[in-house]
Ligand binder design. Structure first.
Ligand code: FMN
Length: 292
């Protein structure tokens, strides 16, 4: 089945799947595996210094001839992180390197990134912004972002205390935004994927779900520990949902769909094959799944 959405048309990927950004978990081999499996692989720029960053892009280009993007995570003021001393000029240096290397898809995240988006667009490249609140999404759309990844409270990673669920975010975003939406938060199998498209998403962002695959740079012991996560446990629930403005310590509930460590390509193939079966079970027999 051919999966065609506004996002696959922009990214030129086989599937409407976007790899998440991962602080401190960098591996271009992992990103290349995602691109080679039909999604949009992502290099999390801020994991590297400038020189390393350039060499990682070059390496990525040798590992995959498929599309990939660059994520620039902007740390919100007052939040400590690995790169909390960075200035706007410093962020822009990463953008310049990527543009010079021929990258044309950028995602920004975590905080207002209009200054980055402006430069990306001046260079004729695509700018997607990722945020947790609809009002931030509206403001990024106004600033010129071409797509918004809206993160529901189910997501792992950086949390906002005023976040809604993935379902609410998507259905609201679809009503309020004019630009394409990418769903993030708790998605890790075919029904979540199709459900997100039905709620109005043009693609989904995969974070936790792919971190337990073979190519993921997550430590093997942690992968195994994650695979045994009991998402019904109270402590787990508190760690994921009772948060302030900071990161989670636990994987998202998307981990509950993973039973073993498998190659990323297999994970994606399984998900897309199952999605196709679900669509066909609804008696939709098109060869092309076009969503708009
Ligand atoms: C270990 C880890 C690190 C992350 N680091 C970042 C980051 O640096 N920047 C960012 O924008 N999002 C980051 N995220 C969030 C993901 O990019 C994505 O939004 C989230 O994982 C989607 O939800 P899911 O985990 O339910 O798939 C991180 C997530 C995880 C699990």
């Amino acid at each position: 089945m051919i999966w065609r959405t506004k996002i696959t048309e922009l990214t030129k990927t086989k599937y409407p799947l976007i790899m998440a950004a991962f602080a401190r978990l960098s591996s271009v081999e992992f990103a290349a595996a995602f691109s080679n499996s039909g999604g949009l692989g992502m290099i999390t720029a801020m994991n590297y210094d400038l020189q390393e960053f350039k060499s990682k892009i070059i390496k990525m280009q040798t590992l995959s001839d498929k599309p990939f993007g660059i994520n620039i995570t902007v740390v919100p003021p007052g939040v400590s992180g690995i790169h909390d001393k960075i200035s706007q000029e410093d962020y822009l240096k990463y953008v310049e390197i990527a543009i010079e290397q021929g990258i044309n898809i950028f995602t920004t995240s975590a905080f207002q990134a209009n200054f980055i988006g402006k430069r990306i667009q001046e260079a004729g490249c695509h700018w997607f912004h990722k945020c947790a609140l609809i009002r931030h999404a509206l403001s990024a759309e106004k600033a010129g972002a071409e797509a918004i990844t809206i993160i529901g409270m189910e997501a792992a990673g950086f949390k906002n205390p005023y976040q809604h669920t993935t379902l609410m975010n998507l259905t609201f975003a679809k009503k309020l935004l004019k630009i394409p939406i990418i769903a993030a938060g708790g998605i890790g199998e075919a029904r979540g994927f199709i459900g997100a498209l039905a709620m109005g998403a043009d693609a989904v962002c995969l974070g936790t779900a792919i971190l337990s695959t073979e190519e993921s740079p997550l430590n093997l012991l942690i992968k195994e520990q994650w695979l045994h996560t009991d998402i019904l446990n109270e402590e787990y629930h508190k760690a994921l949902y009772h948060f302030s403005l900071k990161g989670t310590r636990v994987p998202s509930p998307a981990i509950a769909f993973q039973k073993e460590i498998i190659p990323l390509k297999k994970f994606i193939e399984n998900m897309m094959d199952e999605a196709e079966l679900i669509v066909k079970s609804w008696k939709i027999d098109e060869q092309e799944f076009r969503f708009s």
